[in-house]
Every structure is written in structure tokens, then in C-alpha cells.
Design a protein around this ligand. Structure first.
Ligand SMILES: Nc1ncnc2c1ncn2[C@@H]1O[C@H](COP(=O)(O)OP(=O)(O)O)[C@@H](O)[C@H]1O
Ligand SMILES: [Mg+2]
Length: 319
């Protein structure tokens, strides 16, 4: 077969182009496999770093757990002997000395509270806090919580209320942990509400067989910006700190982790200056196989974090 000059030149050009293309493909293939190798190396490095971070977190939690435990023993001695002295010699002590001893007692009680918060948080983070389900009446538990929180109100014009919207009251869950969640939320509601009401509202969703427990207050409220970080350990809203609130910022972090431990969530709706509504949603019956806590399951990432709703979400219901 014969080709004229123009055709021959055309074929030559196609061949040159094909060769150039082949060379480019080869170059790109080499570049790609280099990039792949680099990626694989980075993945190994990241996995190693992840392992180190998990290991460090476990060590931190173990350290905090044992330190907190060690702190508690002498602190209980301080508390015990202070109370004993107040009881045996309170009458004969000059009033100033008696008041001083009462301050020692109060500080020891506060410190004990902080230490048990740190201990609880590190235990949940280390996956060492186990749940012990038992049957109990949720409404009785709410009464108990409100009664124990009543002294925190002092002489403020603040009503403590209970609103039960369901006839279902039996719960099978970890009573101690449900109580701890409610004590934290109710004491916050009282602490950050100068006047009005702090209400515990209990409802039951028959479709899922879950309880919805809301702690509602008419207090300072929380801005959308603060709401985003309020469930993080040691996070406190600056204005609240400035007003001299005596907490550590661990309460809500513990609440969120305990809600996860009970298979549920906690969410917040709030409006600055008008009040807040913390809603705990938990299964009525705690199943034996509760999903692993999201912060212990590397695959879950942030998706497992409790949702926090800002003001926009509160538009329908207010607080
Ligand atoms: N009901 C509430 N109303 C207004 N602010 C609140 C309320 N509950 C919590 N907060 C804010 O969230 C912060 C963190 O709460 P928490 O974790 O319980 O720590 P603490 O009570 O030890 O300060 C509080 O310092 C306060 O600023
Ligand atoms: Mg608190």
C-alpha cells in the first residue's frame, strides 16, 4: 500500500504524538505511584500517632483516676475530724473559731465534689465506668433531686417545679447515673437563674420507649457561641465566671458522657437573657449492649457527639 506525502507526514505526526502521550502516561504513572507510596507512608504515620494519642489519653485518665482516689482519703479525714470537732466542741468554741471551722468544712466538701467530678470524668473517658441497671420510678427520683437541690435556692424568688406529662414512670436504667445527670442540670438551673422558675419536665415517647427529661429555667441563658462548647470539660461562660459561680466547668461534660453511657443524648436550647432548656433523651429500659461511647470509638469521630442546638433551633418552642 502506498501513501502520498501528505498522508505519510500525517502518520508520522500521529506516531510522534502517540509516543509523547505514552511518555506522559509513563511519567504520570511514576508520579502517581510515588504519591501513593507517600500516602501509604503518611497513613502508617497517622495510625501510629493515633495510637500514641489513645495511649496518652488512657495514661492521663488512669493518672487522674488514681490521683483523685489518693486525694480523697486525706480529704475525708479533714472533713471527718472537722465535723467531729464541731459536734463535740462546737458549743464551747468562740463563735469566730466555730465559723472558721465551718469554712474548713465547706471548702473540704467543695474540694471533694471537684475531685469526684474529675474522677468520674476520667473513669468514663477511660471506659471504666460501668452501668448497673435497676428498676425504679422516675418521678420519685425527680422528687428526690428537687428536694436535695432546694437548699441551693436560698432566699431568691425562684420556684422549683415538676411537670409530669406521662403516666409511664417505671425506668430500668442506672439510677445513680440518672440522678447524677439530673442533680447536675438542676443545680445549674438554680445557680444561673436569679428569679423565676426551674422546672423538671418528664415525658415518654411510646414509639421509641424513651424518656424525655427537660430541665428548664428562666435564667441567664446561654449564647449560641457558648452553647457550642459548653459540654466540653472545664468550659465556663465568661459572664457566669465573672458573676462568681463556684463550679469547675466539669458538670455538663460529665452529663453528656453519662447520657451517652445510658444510650441517649443531651441537647440544649437557650436564649440569652430568657433561659435555657436542657433535654435529656434516654431509653426507658437500658439495653445490655449499649453502643460504645463515641469518644472511645475512633471510627465514630465527631458524628457521635451530642447535638447542640443553638437559638435558631429554638425558634419554634422558645424556652
Ligand atoms: N442553666 C444554665 N443557664 C445558664 N448558663 C449555664 C446553665 N448551665 C450551665 N451554664 C453555663 O455552662 C457552664 C458550664 O456548666 P458546668 O459544666 O455545669 O460547669 P460549672 O457549673 O461547674 O461551671 C457554666 O459555668 C455556665 O456558664
Ligand atoms: Mg454545674
Amino acid at each position: 500500500m502506498f501513501f502520498n506525502d501528505a498522508e505519510a507526514a500525517g502518520f508520522a505526526e500521529v506516531e510522534v504524538l502517540t509516543r509523547t502521550l505514552e511518555r506522559r502516561v509513563q511519567e504520570r504513572t511514576v508520579q502517581l505511584s510515588d504519591a501513593n507510596r507517600e500516602l501509604a507512608a503518611k497513613r502508617v504515620e497517622l495510625e501510629e500517632q493515633n495510637r500514641e494519642v489513645r495511649c496518652a489519653t488512657e495514661h492521663k485518665s488512669a493518672f487522674l483516676a488514681s490521683m483523685s482516689h489518693e486525694f480523697r482519703t486525706p480529704l475525708n479525714a479533714i472533713l471527718g475530724f472537722t465535723r467531729l470537732t464541731l459536734k463535740k466542741a462546737g458549743e464551747v468554741l468562740p463563735p469566730v473559731q466555730r465559723d472558721n471551722l465551718k469554712k474548713v468544712e465547706k471548702s473540704a466538701v467543695d474540694l471533694l465534689g471537684i475531685i469526684s467530678d474529675v474522677l468520674d470524668l476520667s473513669k468514663v473517658e477511660a471506659g471504666k465506668l460501668t452501668v448497673r441497671p435497676e428498676a425504679f420510678a422516675l418521678t420519685d427520683l425527680v422528687d428526690e433531686v428537687l428536694a436535695s437541690a432546694a437548699p441551693l435556692v436560698g432566699d431568691r424568688p425562684l420556684k422549683l417545679e415538676k411537670r409530669i406529662l406521662t403516666s409511664t414512670e417505671q425506668m430500668v436504667s442506672d439510677r445513680v447515673r440518672v440522678k447524677q445527670i439530673l442533680v447536675n442540670l438542676v443545680s445549674n438551673a438554680i445557680q444561673f437563674t436569679p428569679s423565676g422558675a426551674a422546672t423538671v419536665e418528664v415525658d415518654h415517647d411510646p414509639a421509641r420507649d424513651w424518656f424525655r427529661i427537660a430541665v428548664i429555667d428562666t435564667g441567664l441563658g446561654i449564647s449560641e457561641r457558648d452553647a457550642a462548647s459548653i459540654f466540653e470539660p472545664f468550659d465556663q461562660v465568661q459572664s457566669a465566671v465573672a458573676q462568681g459561680s463556684a463550679g469547675t466547668g466539669l458538670g455538663l461534660a460529665i452529663v453528656r458522657r453519662l447520657c451517652h453511657l445510658l444510650g441517649g443524648t443531651v441537647t440544649l436550647r437557650s436564649e440569652l437573657g430568657r433561659g435555657s432548656r436542657f433535654t435529656v433523651e434516654v431509653p426507658r429500659v437500658l439495653s445490655a449492649a449499649v453502643a460504645p461511647a463515641p469518644w472511645l470509638d475512633p471510627a465514630a469521630g465527631e458524628a457521635g457527639a451530642a447535638p447542640v442546638e443553638g437559638r435558631a433551633a429554638a425558634a419554634d418552642g422558645g424556652v
